[in-house]
Ligand binder design. Structure first.
Ligand SMILES: Cc1cc2nc3c(=O)[nH]c(=O)nc-3n(C[C@H](O)[C@H](O)[C@H](O)COP(=O)(O)OP(=O)(O)OC[C@H]3O[C@@H](n4cnc5c(N)ncnc54)[C@H](O)[C@@H]3O)c2cc1C
Length: 432
C-alpha cells in the first residue's frame, strides 16, 4: 500500500504546488536593461518580505527569481510557525548576553506578529491554524524544554506553557511523548500560498517580479549597482538585496559560511475524520525535541504532512519517503496501511552556529541567508529589517551583521565529509 506511483512527477511535486492559489502573473526571463531603486534577488520569504517592505516605503523594486516564486525552501517547508531561533533561548543568553537575547526574542515575536498582520491585511488564504507543540521523548528532553520555558520567561515572554504527559497524550495519540512545550501563538499554514499572497501584495504596490531570471553577477558602483542575469538582461539599481541567493559570481566567501542539507516531507492520502481523530484531537503542528526531529501537521484536506530525516551528504538517496514513513508509523502504527501520495525535498541552508547570516558586501549590497530549518518567522522579519537598513535605519540589521560566523572547516574537499560526520554524531546522540 505504501506509495502512489501513477504519476512520478506529481509524486515528487510538493503538495503545496499542487494546491497553490497561483493567481500571480509575473514577467518572464529579463532581457534588456531596466532601472529601479532596489533590485532584490531571490523570491523566497526573505526576498518577498524585503521587496514588500521596500515598496511600502515608496522605493521602486524589481525582484529577480531564478525559478518560480518560493519554489525552493519557502514553498516546500513543513509550514510550522514556530517562535525563536534554531538555537535555544538559553544559548542566545549564553552567547550574546541577556540584553541582546531579549532583543532577539522580541524580533522573533515581532516576526510572528508581522506574519499574522500580513495574512490579515492582504487577506491571504493560506490555511492558518494556531497551536504548536514541541514534544519530549525522554526525561533529558523534558528538562531541556522546561529550561526553554523558563529562559523565555527571563526574556520577558510568559506566554508558553508546559503540557504534562497526560495532556500531550490526550492530544497527540502516541505514547512516544512524555510532555511538551505548548505555544498557543505558534501554528501552521500553507507556506506557498502565503508567499504567493505576499508577492501579489508587492505587485499591487507596483513591484515587478521576473521569474526564470537568474542573477549571475553584480557590477558594483557608487550610485548604480548593475545586476546581470542569465537571460541576457540587466538591472541598474541604487541598492541590491541578496536573499538566499546561490550561483552568483563573487559570492563564494559569503557562501563558505553555510552548507546545504536536504530535508524531505511526505504527504499521506487524505484521511477520514475518524482516522484523523485517532492521531491528533486538535489541529496542531507538532515537532519533537531531538536534534534531527520529526515534525508534522494536518493539511487542509486532511493529509498528514510529515517531515524530517535530513540528508546531509550531497549524494541523492532513494527511499527517503520510506524512511519517513517508517518514522511516521513508529509514532502512529494506525497509519501502516495509509498510502503516501507525495514526497518532496527542499534545501536547508545551515550556518555553523545555526544563526542566520546577514551583512553587506558593500555599502549598497545587502545579503541574508542561512535560516536553516527555522525560517518561516525569521525570514519575514529579517526581510523587513533589511528593508529598514536600506532605508537608512540599520541599528537592528547591524545586531545581526555583527554576529560572528565561522566558515565550515575542511576547505573545499573536506568540509562536506566533516559535516556529515558531525551530523552522524548528533544523530547517534539523539538515540542515547
Ligand atoms: C523541507 C523543509 C522543511 C522546512 N520546514 C520548516 C518549518 O516547518 N518551519 C520553519 O520555520 N522553517 C522550515 N524550513 C526552513 C525554511 O523553509 C527556510 O529557512 C526559509 O524558507 C528560507 O527562506 P529564504 O528566502 O532564505 O530561502 P529560499 O526559500 O530558498 O529562497 C531563495 C530564493 O532565491 C532564489 N535564487 C537563488 N539564487 C538565485 C539567483 N542567482 N538569481 C535569482 N534567484 C535566485 C531561489 O530560487 C529561491 O527561490 C524548512 C525547510 C525545508 C527545506
Amino acid at each position: 500500500m505504501p506509495r502512489k506511483y501513477e504519476n512520478v512527477k506529481e509524486y515528487h511535486d510538493p503538495w503545496y504546488a499542487l494546491t497553490a492559489n497561483r493567481l500571480l502573473v509575473t514577467l518572464g526571463g529579463l532581457q534588456g536593461e531596466v532601472n529601479c531603486d532596489v533590485c532584490v534577488v531571490g523570491a523566497g520569504f526573505t526576498g518577498l518580505s524585503a521587496a514588500l517592505e521596500l515598496s511600502q516605503k515608496g522605493y521602486s523594486v524589481i525582484l529577480l527569481e531564478k525559478d518560480t516564486v518560493s519554489g525552493l525552501a519557502s514553498g516546500r517547508n513543513g509550514g510550522h510557525i514556530q517562535r525563536g531561533f534554531s538555537q535555544s533561548p538559553g544559548w542566545l543568553i549564553q552567547h550574546y548576553g541577556l540584553e541582546t537575547a531579549r532583543f532577539l526574542s522580541n524580533v522573533s515575536l515581532e516576526g510572528l506578529a508581522l506574519l499574522l498582520h500580513r495574512i490579515a491585511e492582504h487577506d491571504i488564504k493560506c490555511d492558518l491554524k494556531f497551536g504548536h507543540l514541541s514534544a519530549a521523548m525522554k526525561p533529558k528532553q523534558e528538562a531541556e524544554l522546561k529550561t526553554d520555558i523558563s529562559d523565555w520567561q527571563r526574556l520577558g515572554h510568559k506566554d508558553i506553557e508546559w503540557w504534562d504527559e497526560k495532556t500531550v497524550q490526550d492530544t497527540v495519540l502516541t505514547n512516544s511523548y512524555t510532555g511538551g512545550l505548548y505555544d498557543a501563538k505558534g501554528g501552521h499554514f500553507h507556506p506557498l500560498n502565503y508567499a504567493l499572497g505576499v508577492a501579489q501584495a508587492f505587485q499591487r504596490l507596483g513591484g515587478k517580479i521576473y521569474e526564470r531570471t537568474a542573477a549571475t553577477e553584480i557590477i558594483p558602483g557608487n550610485d548604480v549597482q548593475r545586476v546581470l542575469t542569465a537571460s541576457g538582461g540587466s538591472v541598474n539599481a541604487k541598492f541590491v538585496v541578496l536573499a538566499g541567493v546561490t550561483g552568483m559570481k563573487g559570492l563564494a566567501p559569503l557562501r563558505k559560511a553555510s552548507i546545504t542539507a536536504t530535508a524531505h516531507v511526505i504527504a499521506t492520502e487524505p484521511l477520514s475524520d475518524a482516522r484523523r481523530q485517532q492521531i491528533m484531537t486538535r489541529d496542531l503542528a507538532v515537532i519533537d525535541a531531538r536534534f534531527i526531529m520529526d515534525y508534522y501537521r494536518f493539511s487542509s484536506d486532511n493529509r498528514l504532512l510529515f517531515g524530517g530525516n535530513c540528508n546531509y551528504s550531497d549524494r541523492e538517496y532513494a527511499g527517503e519517503d520510506m524512511r519517513l514513513r517508517e518514522r511516521m508509523t513508529t509514532l502512529f502504527p494506525i497509519l501502516k496501511m495509509t498510502r503516501i501520495d507525495h514526497c518532496w525535498r527542499g534545501p536547508l541552508d545551515l550556518t555553523m552556529n545555526r544563526m542566520p547570516h546577514l551583512g553587506r558586501l558593500s555599502p549598497h549590497i545587502y545579503f541574508a541567508h542561512g535560516f536553516g530549518g527555522q525560517g518561516v518567522i525569521l525570514t519575514n522579519i529579517l526581510g523587513k529589517i533589511m528593508a529598514e537598513a536600506v532605508a537608512g535605519t540599520a541599528e537592528r540589521f547591524d545586531v545581526f551583521a555583527k554576529m560572528r560566523h565561522n566558515t565550515f572547516p575542511g576547505g573545499d574537499l573536506l568540509r562536506r565529509p566533516l559535516f556529515v560526520a558531525a551530523m552522524t554524531w548528533f544523530r547517534l546522540r539523539d538515540m542515547l
